[in-house]
Design a protein around this ligand. Sequence first.
Ligand SMILES: Cc1cc2nc3c(=O)[nH]c(=O)nc-3n(C[C@H](O)[C@H](O)[C@H](O)COP(=O)(O)OP(=O)(O)OC[C@H]3O[C@@H](n4cnc5c(N)ncnc54)[C@H](O)[C@@H]3O)c2cc1C
Length: 388
Amino acid sequence: MVTMKSSTEEIELIRKSIRALCEKFPEDYWKKLEEKHEYPKEFIQALTDEGWLSVLIPEEYGGAGLGMAEASVILEEINRSGGNAGAGHAQMYTMGALLNHGSEEQKQRFLPRIASGELRLQAFGVTEPTAGSDTTNIITRAKRQGDKYIVNGQKIWISRTKYSDLMLLLARTTPKEEVAKKTDGLSLFILDMNDQKDNITIRDIDTMVNHATTEVFFSDVEIPVENLIGEEGKGFRYILSGMNAERILVASESIGDGLYFVDKAVQYANERVVFDRPIGQNQGVQFPISKAYMEIEAAKLMRDKAAAMFDSNHKGGAEANMAKYLASEAAWKAANAAMDTYGGYGFATEYHIERKFKEARLFMIAPISNNLVVSFVGQHVLGLPRSF
Ligand SMILES: Cc1cc2nc3c(=O)[nH]c(=O)nc-3n(C[C@H](O)[C@H](O)[C@H](O)COP(=O)(O)OP(=O)(O)OC[C@H]3O[C@@H](n4cnc5c(N)ncnc54)[C@H](O)[C@@H]3O)c2cc1C
């Protein structure tokens, strides 16, 4: 049966608590960070101190032992407040691989220290310049030498590396030409970046959004064999559960973004008077806001379904993907409705719309582009011919 761990009242309590925390980090806090390209250290510390970033860690390892439904609401509320949960979301979605496929020894070694905030697991190293969306084409190589793996290669677009101690790293342990299936021969590691800092080069990528994203170069990086998750060569399967979690959580951030835009647009459309009437009285202004709102509410139902399936160990890959697609598209509609409602003022940074507009756009491309989601549904859900 698909169930949810928390009651409606408990979920509402989580929402209220996050709203209270976010009030201490108003929109101007995020605006100043973006101007200076800075990471929200104080905000992430506050989330860690209140235990919100470790909600998915089971109680026996020091976390709250909650599920994806609760985690989703946390990230949704952060984005609805005008903040950006992307600064901390990886700590939640990387949990799937470690919890489901890590050994008991690994869980004991890492989870309590992640839960307490002593260790940060905020970096997820998958994307490579030459592979792009075709993850099985990655070439970063981990070669076993005695009780270590030696890693050489390059990742791109790896966010929060400078604000993380650990990276969940996907690398090839067997070249693609030597495996029967292209998804074989990939392995997943917990890389301690502090331990290997002389062999890791991190370069900032200047981006449209404040996302602390980087290029990472590995030169003879050593990873002890005890940091391999599960079996060598099966890493692709392990990251899929993490990726489903990521899609549900990113969908939640998009839902939060969408509701943020609706809140702001409704308020402005009621207040701004042009031609002697509030602009919201014009259906040309009102209808796009209403339509976006309906689409966000529909995406929320799919997100809730995907989260409930994830929490009950039901296969929910299709739902996680569909939630991410529907939520990011709905948020983008809401972003445009808010931009149109604000008119020229939408471009002024002091109104925050342009900052959130840029942030909302990201989720149509990352962590997976919506084209790839549509093709997944076509090929794997509907059984249409494969295009690649
Ligand atoms: C700000 C930011 C943060 C990120 N953070 C991380 C991170 O922390 N860790 C990480 O591993 N990655 C991260 N990424 C990478 C992100 O996951 C990729 O950018 C994304 O998966 C798309 O890959 P790509 O950019 O290489 O696009 P490409 O694969 O080069 O695709 C380019 C375009 O072509 C389209 N396309 C490609 N093939 C097809 C096809 N067969 N059919 C239809 N359309 C197709 C795609 O939809 C896309 O629109 C981040 C990216 C950004 C921008």
